[in-house]
Design a protein. Sequence first.
Length: 133
Amino acid sequence: MIIKTDFITNSSSTVYMVYVPKNFHFTKRKIIDKFKKQRPYVHHEDYEKVNIIETIMENFNKGINILKDGDRLYPDDEDIKYPFWNVIQEILHDEGLIIKEIYISSEGQDGLIPIKDDELLEIFKLKTLCGGD
């Protein structure tokens, strides 16, 4: 297993360990801007239509809430579709909430795996015991 420490895009076999605080939220404008970058073939004026904005926000919030609840999130989950998964991944990266990217193999599947508060505390305890910075 190879552990990557920098951001990886379009890798079909990387698991991202993430921390999503319970109070995490993001502005509608930033989410829509990220989504526009993922879907450049959609006409920009279409994003002003209420149903598209509602769909983007609904899927983003659904994915974030799955992670906040401690459940894993994958691009092909029925609850959320790939472009929304990718937007969530990029926003978590931009906010410094991706803790580690772990390259699994060329035949794996991307995934976002949340680390819960108690698990994060254990990591800090281990780091302190090992003399880490």
